[in-house]
Design a binder for this molecule. Structure first.
Ligand code: GLC
Length: 521
């Protein structure tokens, strides 16, 4: 079970309105009480924060706003002392344009680091005026190329113009970045989430991408073209394999890859028996599948069937990039989402604040920070709503900080906070704790097989089975009461109800999910 910490918004310890490493240290007991196994920290490295840390200006240090290396070591020691693991966020596709490597690369056409990035001459457009070298689009809108006056060439940036893409075909880049991984592994870090892994290699010739026939205005300009040449090249698997070999050389380490691709392509990132890839290519399907029993059952079945031999599944229900699950589904279904996430087969990743059921947060226009929103306003692409501070208690600023935080708190923070929910067994936090406790108690949940049961209208049902144990999950996705059929020859004991029902009598309340232990009778 992985818990994603967004460091800017977890706990502020020095009163600047922004979270930090010392703050995370103060709050580790929350993670122990919750019952997670590992923390993944979004980037903590020195950064001008154009993309809130995903623009790294130095890979082997700590952003002063968050602390320093000594504080990092202290955090790591505390995490380990509590029996937890710590993962960092490795951002290999691009550096900040303030990284010394880029500053050198930009200085002159013959600089030794020129080839560490992608520099190309302008290409004349149809009307003869100079334009970008190809038609690739940036994820944040507009061309993926930025003209640089200093040397009269363009450089490539798949994301912001402040995030220049590294050229991974250059062996010096590769060696320098492998050293970065070694630096943190040597300090005792347990693994990495690898940012936009599928982007790291581009076609040799940087040819134009095909136009996207499905593009419609309003989708975001990145969808103007298909990413045929700008991402997911065959050679990426060799690179993922090299990351894996390095991780394995340190023993028990974990690599998670951030990859947004159709299922069959996603699965290739597990690698092969001869050359394993990342342990867990992130599976974002629950964020995209319509909240309907048939659609979810199909998504689960298709994913399970597509896993390569020995591939361990994983599920993600939220992140710093996606709208809050409780905002999307409402409180009752967010409870079902918790039960689903924690009872499917494989490693779940929980995003901070989802354990409180934080819903949609409206950010006043003058407080929008996310560059994605600021550069393409009005398309609903803003990610700030998922990045607002954690709420710890009912005191000023929810115990997160002593001053107004960098992003506003959710409106109901006075009641939706850790300390309040700890006292209410029926709270979302109480539910998460019970589900995580059940995962530890019942081997069928942690490593049993999954068997999807025949479809019943708006009730998603599956069994988890391990030697001597059968558990049934039934989630009522409708707003009506539903009856649940048990498998023939079984009766059931209630382990967890999302609605706090004391026992199970064959009926599900509107929106209720249950975890049942089956007994042969
Ligand atoms: C990943 C991060 C996202 C960031 C992007 C560029 O998708 O999760 O927050 O903007 O990479 O680094």
């Amino acid at each position: 079970m992985i818990y994603q910490v967004y460091p800017r918004s977890f706990q502020d310890s020095d009163g600047d309105g922004i979270g930090d490493l010392a703050g995370i240290r103060q709050r580790l007991d929350h993670l122990v009480a919750l019952g997670v196994d590992a923390l993944w920290l979004s980037p903590i490295f020195p950064s001008p924060m154009a993309d809130f840390g995903y623009d790294v200006a130095e890979y082997r240090g700590v952003e002063p706003m968050f602390g320093d290396l000594a504080q990092f070591d202290a955090l790591l020691a505390d995490v380990h002392a509590r029996g937890l693991k710590l993962m960092l966020d490795f951002v290999p596709n691009h550096t900040s344009t303030e990284h010394p490597w880029f500053l050198e690369s930009r200085a002159s056409r013959d600089n030794p680091k020129r080839d560490w990035y992608f520099w190309r001459d302008p290409k004349p457009a149809a009307d003869g005026t100079p334009g970008p070298p190809n038609n690739w689009t940036s994820d944040m809108g507009g061309s993926a190329w930025q003209f640089d006056e200093a040397t009269g060439q363009y450089y490539l940036h798949t994301f912001l113009k402040e995030q220049a893409d590294l050229n991974w075909r250059n062996p010096e880049v590769r060696a320098a970045m492998m050293d970065v991984l070694r630096f943190w592994f040597d300090r005792g870090v347990d693994g990495f989430r690898i940012d936009v892994l599928w982007h790291c290699l581009k076609s040799q010739g940087l040819e134009d991408n095909p136009l996207n026939p499905a593009y419609r205005p309003g989708m975001g300009e990145k969808y103007l073209v298909l990413q045929h040449n700008s991402a997911n090249q065959r050679e990426i698997h060799e690179l993922a394999g090299a990351f894996r070999s390095l991780a394995d050389s340190y023993g028990d380490r974990l690599l998670v890859g951030e990859i947004f691709l159709p299922l069959e392509q996603l699965m290739t990132y597990y690698g092969s028996a001869e050359q394993p890839g990342v342990h867990l290519p992130f599976n974002f399907q629950l964020l995209e599948t319509p909240w309907k029993a048939d659609a979810l059952a199909q998504a689960i079945a298709t994913y399970e069937a597509a896993l390569p031999q020995g591939g361990w599944p994983n599920w993600v229900m939220g992140s710093h990039d996606a709208p809050r699950i409780a905002g999307r589904l409402g409180e009752a279904q967010a409870r079902n989402a918790a039960m689903l996430l924690l009872t499917l087969r494989g490693t779940p990743t929980l995003y901070q604040g989802d354990e409180l059921g934080i819903g949609r947060v409206t950010i006043p226009p003058d407080r929008i920070c996310d560059p994605q929103d600021l550069r393409q306003p009005g398309l609903g692409l803003g990610r700030d709503g998922a990045r607002t501070p954690m709420a710890w208690d009912g005191t000023a600023y929810a115990g997160f900080s002593t001053i107004e935080p960098w992003l506003p708190l959710h409106a109901d923070w006075r009641v939706r906070n850790v300390s309040r929910q700890e006292q209410e067994p029926g709270s979302m936090l109480g539910l998460y704790r019970r589900l995580l406790a059940a995962r530890r108690e019942h081997p069928a949940l942690s490593h049993g097989e999954i068997v999807l049961l025949p479809y019943e209208p708006e009730v998603l049902r599956y069994e988890r089975r391990a030697a001597g144990e059968r558990l049934l999950v039934a989630l009522n996705l409708s707003e009506q009461e539903r009856l649940v059929d048990l498998p023939p020859g079984t009766s059931a004991d209630l382990l967890v109800s999302t609605a706090g029902s004391p026992l199970f009598d064959g009926r599900l309340l509107p929106g209720e999910g249950v975890l049942l232990q089956l007994k042969e009778c």
